[in-house]
Design a protein around this ligand. Structure first.
Ligand SMILES: *[C@@H]1O[C@H](CO)[C@@H](O)[C@H](O)[C@H]1NC(C)=O
Ligand SMILES: *[C@@H]1O[C@H](CO)[C@@H](O)[C@H](O)[C@H]1NC(C)=O
Length: 277
């Protein structure tokens, strides 16, 4: 029941509660001067996961968990910051040699040697986008969006993520703004050693859609493949490129907050990336 409601098992939930409680005493339960107990960390974090899982606006937690809207918004911001500080070393790291070796093994097994993951973008509607920015943030969909660019692997592990903001309204200008860009244009990707048809290569690559630029570090889908070889290649590649879409799909189905509308107003709140590029 808990797993269904909160999108994670209770042991993971408590692990997160303990970790953030130690880092930020804002979340710790206290007594005020009248001797009344404030909300416990569990109460606050329950409210946060409720919002993340169901995409509820902050005022809805008033009813369910009896937390004031202003408290929950402040808690939410601090919670994200602490989670990033606490878990970034493990979960927001770049792939190291062990990881790359594993990714190459999986790629080879699936018929795409040298692949390190798939690159794509997810669009998140921005409900409260200030009018002054609306045009800059509006892409093909016709309404303001925030774009998440990510590289994901077969296990839906996200190896790279970047949130595009002002002046970014499509895949290309998000890529240009992202920290992955400089390396990719210069042909720098994590070192990888593999052999295709007797030829040795030293640089891995990401699979991407046809709208991305043609660099040696991005391998595109073949549209309208001709001939047996190309058809087979296109089929295998399309299968692998779906990894990133799959990861976005799971993210959105678990955490409705990224499937619904983005509600914050201010740029610095949306883009609070201390400790996370
Ligand atoms: C890569 O990171 C993982 C997880 O932190 C670690 O277990 C592994 O030993 C690391 N490998 C190298 C070569 O640093
Ligand atoms: C870009 O390349 C440099 C040098 O190889 C590396 O230190 C850095 O981590 C890379 N950045 C990304 C985002 O991959």
């Amino acid at each position: 029941m808990f797993c269904r409601c909160f999108r994670m098992c209770i042991s993971l939930f408590l692990h997160i509660v303990n970790a953030v409680e130690i880092r930020d005493n804002f979340l710790v339960q206290r007594r005020d001067s009248m001797g009344r107990l404030s909300l416990s960390a569990i109460q606050k974090i329950t409210a946060i996961f409720w919002m993340l899982a169901y995409g509820l606006p902050a005022d809805a937690t008033d009813e369910y968990i009896k937390i004031r809207e202003s408290t929950i918004i402040e808690t939410l911001k601090r919670f994200f910051r602490v989670v990033v500080e606490e878990f970034a070393d493990e979960y927001l790291r770049s792939p190291n040699a062990t990881d790359v070796a594993r990714l190459l093994r999986i790629g080879k097994y699936r018929g795409i040697p040298g692949m390190l993951g798939s690159l794509d973008c997810m669009h998140w509607k921005w409900k409260n986008c200030p009018t002054a920015w609306a045009r800059q943030c509006t892409g093909r969909s016709g309404s303001p969006t925030i774009i998440l660019e990510a590289v994901a692997d077969y296990d839906m592990w996200i190896w790279h993520a970047y949130i595009g903001l002002l002046g970014t309204n499509n895949e290309i200008n998000v890529l240009e703004a992202s920290h992955l860009f400089a390396n990719l244009t210069q042909g720098i990707a994590p070192l990888a050693h593999y052999v295709i048809q007797g030829k040795e290569y030293n640089m891995g690559y990401y699979l991407a859609d046809g709208i991305y630029p043609k660099w040696s570090t991005l391998v595109q889908i073949i549209h309208d493949p001709r001939g047996q070889k190309n058809k087979l290649f296109a089929m295998k590649q399309e299968g692998c490129r779906k990894d990133v879409e799959h990861a976005f799909g799971v993210l959105q189905s678990r955490f409705a907050i990224v499937a619904g509308l983005m509600r914050f107003w201010q740029k610095h709140v949306l883009h609070d990336n201390r400790g996370w590029a």
